[in-house]
Write a protein that binds this ligand. Structure first.
Ligand code: ZN
Length: 248
């Protein structure tokens, strides 16, 4: 498909406000004397994703301190991410979960209390996942399809409990180690090693992670990669089924 061809069935590219503004700003910064026009700037979802999709994921939210600025950074840079929420934090911050959904993010299950699930008996594993599932469905209207075990620790029992609840287990391909006091530059350095189809692990909880987002997105765009959703079938990042919410 030509670079700028509209998606099949669309008569014209459906630019969204912040995406277009962010893309235009990016182009203006990169091109000398660039005149923004409908075809001047790369923008995800408009046929500019020839190299494929990667999954941006943020664990351990929602947090009163960081979820709102994280969502702003994602929206300002025109990307959507998968947010693996902790049930007990979601219960204390229901409006933030609603805001995540509203911002076009995919809401996923990261257990109720963030334990090492492999150390729990099966019925407690089920409670950890089911309680979170029920709450997230109550808040967003949709039951999550994806689950990430805390610390990536899993085994056959955890997998089978998750599968029994209709949840696909998603780990990650690239760990930015943003939780370990890394600077934004260091987080970017790790994140940009991601390849098409792969999933990047980050967290809702660190200013440096939020600060890293513009450079990560700029790198992805320079490689014709877009931020996608994660397929529960393959565990790979893929093209989103919808364009997400319109700009306010
Ligand atoms: Zn976690």
């Amino acid at each position: 498909m030509p670079r700028h061809a509209p998606a099949p069935g669309k008569s014209a590219p459906a630019f969204r406000g912040p995406v277009r503004a962010a893309a235009a700003a990016l182009a203006a910064g990169l091109l000398v004397a660039a005149t923004p026009s409908a075809h001047a700037a790369p923008s995800p979802g408009d046929g500019e994703c020839e190299a494929g999709y990667v999954g941006l994921t943020f664990d351990d939210g929602p947090t009163p301190e960081y979820t709102v600025p994280l969502l702003s950074a994602l929206r300002d840079n025109g990307v959507r991410a998968t947010l693996f929420n902790i049930g007990e934090k979601a219960e204390k911050n229901e409006p933030l979960v609603a805001a995540e959904k509203e911002a076009g993010m995919w809401i996923a299950n990261h257990s109720w209390s963030h334990p090492q699930l492999t150390k729990l008996p099966e019925d407690e594993i089920r409670t950890e996942l089911e309680r979170t599932q029920d709450l997230l469905k109550k808040i967003t209207g949709t039951a999550p399809a994806l689950f990430r075990p805390p610390y990536g620790n899993t085994d056959a029992t955890v997998k089978s409990v998750a599968a029994g609840l209709g949840l696909a287990e998603i780990i990650w391909d690239v760990d930015t180690r943003d939780w370990s006091g890394k600077s934004a530059e260091e987080i970017v350095e790790e994140a940009v090693t991601v390849q098409s189809g792969e999933v990047i692990l980050m967290h809702d909880g660190y200013p440096a992670t939020i600060e890293a987002i513009p450079a990560i997105v700029e790198n992805l765009r320079s490689r014709d990669l877009c931020a996608g959703t994660i397929s529960p079938i393959t565990g790979k990042a893929v093209k989103p089924a919808d364009d997400g919410p319109s700009a306010p």
